[in-house]
Design a protein around this ligand. Structure first.
Ligand code: ZN
Length: 325
């Protein structure tokens, strides 16, 4: 969907919200008026008193007279609220409950488009992007530790399974205690060792809690950003910079151009500076390989400030590196 389509959808959703709130208020009114006939009398009194007040104002009546009518209006309001409460309704039972109190679901805050429209557009875009992620298949409860060898990796005396058990526990806790203060994660290891699975398991838990998660494969994301380089990376780069949690899958598989390389640094750097957690998964397994592919700046920010989780399995190429630490 392009921006105009997203805008139209967001506005349509607001119109539905507004209509729903108004319909609900009318139903509530029917219910309350059936039970409390005095409410209708109070409505008529409000109209009469309001008219009288307007007449006094037009006739430049004394402040005292105006205050008297104003007090009468307030007394009617108070009686209405008291009657509602006595009959078991909330005092705002008759008011429409709009999803956005600023624009009352019209989408307009005076002359300008209300902030809630922007929020709806972002939510729609995220929902569209998340459609491609296999969240249902990748959960914590179906992460199978038995596929990791139980034999110790020499000379570390720790098995891949033990290490993966630790990674699984860490990711579970990360999802359970997620906040803006959480560190960014760099899940590193060979293909097929479950990095994407755990990243998506975190995403699934957080989406259910209402966190704004954006999941993208690095290849697709930077393909789009490269295409939109004359638009400063376009909408997608803006979304990636803003998301509450960004999951960038398979960093290192994107097609690298000087522009993409500069965007990767900008992304890593801005999100760390803004304390917005990011989860990277990558086959790149050392700071040196990251330095070589991108730059030392990217390598030192990623390896200096992310929590690094190393993934092990059947393929033991990492064993040597682990043994050195
Ligand atoms: Zn609004």
């Amino acid at each position: 969907m392009n921006r105009a389509e997203l805008y139209a959808q967001a506005m349509a959703a607001l119109r539905r919200d507004r209509q729903r709130a108004i319909t609900r208020a009318e139903e509530n009114k029917q219910l309350a008026y059936d039970r409390i006939p005095r409410l209708l009398v109070l409505d008529n009194l409000t109209i009469e008193t309001g008219l009288a007040l307007a007449k006094l104002g037009a006739a430049r009546a004394s402040a005292e007279k105006l205050a008297e009518k104003q007090a009468a209006l307030t007394a009617i309001e108070d009686e209405r609220a008291a009657l509602l409460r006595e009959n078991g309704f909330s005092s705002d039972f008759l008011q429409p409950k709009f999803s956005c109190p600023v624009c009352q679901d019209t989408g307009w805050d005076k002359e300008k488009v209300c902030g809630c429209v922007q929020r709806k557009i972002r939510a729609l875009r995220r929902a569209e992007l998340m459609k491609s992620a296999p969240l249902d298949l990748c959960r914590f409860d179906n992460f199978d530790l038995n596929r990791y060898p139980d034999q110790p990796i020499p000379p570390a005396r720790v098995s891949a399974r033990k290490i993966m058990e630790g990674n699984l526990a860490y990711c579970r806790q990360y999802a359970a205690e997620f906040s803006g203060d959480c560190p960014s994660l760099f899940l590193s290891g060979n293909a097929g060792l479950g990095k994407t699975h755990l990243a998506l398991a975190i995403a699934g838990e957080l989406l259910a809690k209402g966190v704004e998660v954006l999941y993208l494969s690095s290849q697709t994301a930077f393909g789009t950003i490269e295409r939109d380089r004359y638009l400063d990376g376009g909408e997608l780069l803006a979304e990636m910079l803003e998301a509450e949690l960004l999951i960038l899958d398979d960093l290192g598989t994107e097609c690298l151009s000087p522009y993409v390389s500069s965007c990767i640094y900008r992304l890593v750097d801005s999100r760390l500076n803004a304390h917005k957690p990011t989860i990277y998964t990558s086959n790149l397994q050392s700071q040196k390989t990251v330095n070589l592919r991108y730059s030392e700046k990217v390598g030192s920010r990623l390896f200096g400030e992310c929590e690094i989780l190393l993934f092990y399995g059947e393929d033991q190429r990492l064993a040597h590196q682990y043994a050195k630490e």
